[in-house]
Ligand binder design. Structure first.
Ligand SMILES: [Zn+2]
Ligand SMILES: [Zn+2]
Length: 91
């Protein structure tokens, strides 16, 4: 059976993780050796991207998490419920 691209991606992640390499660029650094998924450089880039994304979404009145229309509180109803549940379960 042919593998889907998602399965290939998973396989690639698994291998990189097993070798303690960054899943983004394949480099190994202090952070990936500690068990992180990304090296310092990629984590920085990723965080910046995430931050920008949520800022842009918030400014556009969209849910910060999924990008759907928010109900005016930064998140859509479904995501707010999800977050509330996560919060409850984490206690
Ligand atoms: Zn990297
Ligand atoms: Zn949402």
């Amino acid at each position: 059976m042919a593998k889907t691209s998602a399965e290939y991606a998973k396989e690639r992640y698994r291998i990189l993780r097993a070798q303690k390499k960054c899943v983004q660029c394949g480099k190994r650094d202090e952070d990936t050796l500690k068990g992180k998924w990304r090296c310092r450089a990629c984590a920085d880039k990723f965080n910046k991207y995430q931050k920008n994304l949520s800022k842009e979404r918030a400014e556009a009145g969209l849910c910060k998490r999924c990008g759907k229309k928010s109900d005016g509180h930064g998140y859509c109803k479904a995501c707010r419920q999800y977050k509330a549940e996560r919060y409850r379960n984490s206690k």
